[in-house]
Design a protein around this ligand. Structure first.
Ligand SMILES: [Zn+2]
Length: 441
């Protein structure tokens, strides 16, 4: 039975007009039903952010949620990953989180997927209308960004085809800092457009570590990177071996005393060596709430989306700031494609050599496979396909592309998604323009 007043707060948003509503929003009770019955959302990650996200989404009226996570529950998760208990240790995070949310929020269906995000194919990701990311690694974000952006297609006028867009809401936390952002492929910057936002991992120059340490971390890194190799070269260092960690701590402590540096503790030693940033439950809660709200806005249009990146800082007081980052027009992942102007006489083989040598694609390709629309022009693998497509290498690219400019899709082991290449042929531009004006006149 439905608890009276259960949807009151959501209804305030869905049943009333407002100055900030999104385009095409019409307040009506059917919105809540659609949110509950029709819309499918995927939550990636069932850790600190993921637990919060699942709870927030379920309580906001999302009725069909999938969750994917490859991890099992560890005792150290229990202080903040509040869906898990002592007797869940060792079980799949996704499975347990799904069960717990379904127990607590009546009527919601949560489907767990225990495994790696890379194991799922494109069809899996295409089922969802929204994807919410509660991840802690750049690699995983980058991967899913590439997959979702590879679904994106552009109309002839260069605008994104909205039927191919799957919006993403991304949250991230690091200690007392966090961010929430909305990625609408083709419309707002994708993860790759703004890769520069993520600072490189902290590293220290070796000379500082060796000669002029100034912080406890310098002392710890010295023992970890230099002294271990000098004094225990027979042992390969294992960060999960308590005896190894204790040795690093003891030596770092002695070194810190020599240089009169206070603050070397065992937990700091673990933090520096394993690169651990403490996770804070309240930061996760705030960031997840922002992400769930953005998902609700996208799903119902009850309000315009955040534009497009909110950062949160809770180190001293509480501070948030929202910035509108710009798309990178030449982004390899979400833009209409890297432009290539080539001669009509070029063979596919020659074109592939051009691709490999192009400075814009430096170090991005190793063995590219190329397709045009639904046709494979050249596949590096499997051997059967390679053999079938090999004759195309000597064919003219112009013929293979039906004598018109267009987009090629390039796949490569080194890429996580599809690289779009926009090919035009010298002397052909005029022909295309002529046809366009003929149609318009
Ligand atoms: Zn991009």
């Amino acid at each position: 039975m439905e608890v009276p007043g259960r949807w009151q707060d959501i209804d305030y948003l869905l049943l009333r007009e407002g100055a900030m509503v999104g385009p095409g929003f019409e307040p009506c009770p059917e919105l809540r039903e659609a949110l509950h019955n029709d819309l499918r959302i995927l939550v990636i990650g069932a850790g600190g952010l993921g637990c919060e996200l699942l709870k927030d989404l379920a309580l906001s009226g999302f009725g069909n949620i999938d969750v994917i996570d490859m991890d099992t529950i560890d005792v150290s998760n229990l202080n903040r990953q509040f869906l898990f208990r002592m007797n869940d240790i060792g079980k799949s995070k996704a499975v347990v989180a799904a069960e717990k949310v379904m127990q607590r929020v009546k009527g919601v269906k949560v489907v767990p997927h225990y495994g790696r995000i890379e194991e799922k194919d494109d069809e899996f990701y295409r089922q969802f209308q929204i994807i919410a990311l509660g991840l802690d690694s750049l690699e995983a974000r980058s991967y899913i960004n590439s997959v979702v952006c590879s679904f994106l297609e552009y109309n002839a006028d260069g605008s994104p085809d909205i039927t191919t867009i799957i919006p993403m809401v991304d949250g991230g936390t690091e200690g007392f800092k966090g961010h929430a952002r909305v990625i609408i492929p083709g419309v707002t910057p994708c993860f790759y457009c703004t890769l520069g936002l993520f600072p490189p991992q902290v590293t220290y120059p070796l000379c500082t570590l060796a000669e002029t340490p100034r912080s406890p971390a310098h002392c710890i890194e010295y023992v970890h990177l230099i002294q271990w190799g000098q004094e225990r070269s027979g042992d390969s260092f294992d960060a999960d071996n308590p005896e190894h960690m204790k040795w690093i701590f003891d030596e770092a402590f002695k070194r810190a005393q020599q240089f009169n540096i206070p603050g070397v503790t065992y937990s700091l030693t673990q933090g520096v060596v394993k690169n651990i940033i403490p996770a804070i439950a309240s930061t996760n809660a705030i960031i997840s709430a922002a992400c769930a709200l953005e998902a609700l806005k996208i799903a119902t249009m009850c309000c315009r989306s955040m534009d497009n990146y909110m950062m949160y800082m809770g180190t001293q007081g509480v501070y948030t700031h929202t910035l509108s980052h710009e798309k990178d027009a030449g982004c390899l992942v979400c833009s209409p494609g890297v432009p290539f102007e080539v001669d009509i006489s070029i063979s596919l083989q020659k074109f592939m050599e051009l691709l490999m040598d192009d400075p814009r694609l430096k170090d991005k390709l190793s063995k590219p496979s190329i397709s045009y629309q639904k046709r494979n022009l050249y596949m590096q693998a499997p051997p059967v396909l390679e053999e079938m497509t090999r004759p195309n290498l000597n064919a003219h690219l112009f013929e293979l592309m039906d004598k018109s400019s267009g987009k090629l899709n390039v796949n490569d082991k080194k890429l996580t998604g599809v690289l779009r290449v926009s090919v035009s042929f010298r002397g052909q531009g005029d022909v295309v323009v002529d046809m366009d004006t003929a149609g318009g006149g």
